[in-house]
Design a protein around this ligand. Structure first.
Ligand code: HAM
Length: 425
């Protein structure tokens, strides 16, 4: 036997037994977004490297060490997208989306980061993201958070909590950065190696450290919420008012800084339960300068992205997804000569019962082995086409679950009977 070729580390296959759960989550999220008027946008998985370097920031972990970057055959540096916001902004500028005020879009698909794989952290992972362009007030920040709440409700999740912070403007953040850097520089000997490196490049990221030995030092650091410019403080207060009025509970966490550099003002993170260390299921914020930095006309923007692997894991634990089965109806065919007729019956059932799954057995085999397959498919009903029934325009029907009743009936009455038997399954 030839050697097997293994998958790339940190990149997962989605097998058919799991796909119904994913589709349920994806459809629920898309449905929630659509109910707020968000429309889907699709952009390439590959962009020029420069797009990410300029938007996410040269001094971030993502750009410094996590990107899949390569030269194409003409020597151009390209990168597999590590996130979706930058590509959407590029496309929105190119597609003149920003000439009209107030755009709401969403996107979905794989993202790529060369991180150390662990539970909830992969090198190819999947996001669904939402972005709103052209709104400068806190109303749309609140709206994006309400979409989140609606999604968790629709998925039957109750263990999701919201952390909220404001990073101010580029200028006020730069001032805060100085204050913070001075604080940590005063305690240089207490900084771990990672934080010492961050002190030079990106001191705000020290606040993100998960090292328990750093916790006290970080708790004693000046809070960004005390260093906001007036307009950002008003924006943040406006957002909090809207969330309070809508009954959304949240914690203000001045240490929430995010790992991407484009954020201004609002940042937030929805945190799940039962996920281990990688428990942020949806994160985002405002990025009012990015469109201009990428060559568009100044346009305020805000959005979030959720990690599907983490969200699916939470929904799976909650057990709230509808049960999946391969088929609703499985047709057993006694004799290969009857296949044309079996296919015809199966086709007319599919016509009559849209949304129902009808499998006509393929691959031959004894009746016993075909019934085994029917059982394994978890179908509710088996249909049996034998030579005698076929000749008489009839067909056998067996309820596979529950009372295991069996009957034969006219083929012309089949669709109605099947529909009735499936009605509450
Ligand atoms: P992010 O926080 O880097 O933000 O990623 C968003 C979400 O993607 C995270 O909360 C997490 O659920 C998931 N995620 C991130 N990295 C991984 C990974 N290696 N494996 C599995 N899941 C992961 C962004 O990407 C921003 N573009 C969000 C945004 C949109 N901000 C404004 N608009």
């Amino acid at each position: 036997m030839a050697d097997r070729i293994s998958a790339v580390r940190g990149m997962n296959d989605l097998m058919p037994d799991a796909s119904a759960l994913w589709q349920f989550v994806e459809a629920t999220v898309a449905g929630a977004l659509s109910s707020y008027g968000y429309r889907e946008m699709r952009v390439p998985l590959v962009e020029r490297t420069e797009l990410f370097a300029r938007s996410i920031g040269e001094a971030t972990d993502v750009v410094e060490k996590e990107m899949y970057t390569f030269e194409d055959r003409s020597g151009e540096s390209l990168t597999l997208r590590p996130e979706g916001t930058a590509g959407c902004v590029r496309a929105a500028i190119a597609g003149s989306l920003l000439h009209q005020r107030g755009q709401r879009i969403w996107y979905a698909g794989p993202m790529f980061r060369y991180e150390r794989p662990q539970k909830g952290r992969y090198r190819q992972f999947h996001q669904i993201g939402a972005e709103a362009y052209g709104f400068d007030g806190p109303d749309v920040d609140a709206e994006l958070i309400l979409v989140g709440r609606r999604m968790w409700d629709a998925l039957g999740l109750d263990g999701v909590s919201l952390r909220l912070n404001s990073l101010g403007t580029v200028e006020s953040r730069a001032r805060y950065r100085e204050v913070l850097a001075a604080h940590f520089a005063d305690h240089h000997d207490q900084l771990d190696e990672d934080s010492q490196r961050r002190l030079e490049r990106n001191p705000l990221r020290i606040l993100d450290s998960r090292n328990p030995e750093m916790a006290a030092l970080i708790a004693g650091a000046p809070a960004i919420t005390d260093h906001l410019d007036e307009a950002s403080a008003a924006h943040f207060a406006g957002l909090r008012e809207l969330l309070d009025a809508a009954g959304v509970s949240y914690t203000v966490d001045p240490r929430l800084v995010r790992g991407l550099d484009y954020y201004t003002r609002t940042v937030f993170e929805w945190v799940g339960t039962g996920l281990g260390a990688q428990d942020a299921i949806c994160s985002g914020g405002r990025y009012d300068s990015l469109v201009e930095e990428l060559g568009g006309k100044p346009t305020p923007a805000v959005g979030w992205a959720l990690g599907l692997e983490r969200l699916v894991a939470m929904v799976e634990q909650a057990g709230t997804a509808p049960a999946d089965r391969e088929a609703d109806v499985y047709m057993v065919v006694a004799d290969e000569a009857l296949l044309p007729q079996a296919f015809e019956i199966a086709e007319s059932l599919r016509d009559a019962l849209p949304g129902r799954r009808v499998i006509a057995h393929c691959g031959g085999g004894s009746m016993k082995s075909q019934f085994k397959r029917a059982d394994r498919s978890a179908a509710v009903l088996a249909l049996v086409l034998g030579a005698d029934e076929a000749a008489a325009g009839r067909i056998g029907l067996k309820v596979l679950r529950g009372d295991a009743a069996q009957e034969t009936l006219a083929q012309s009455a089949l669709a109605e009977r099947v529909s009735a038997l499936l009605a509450d399954s």
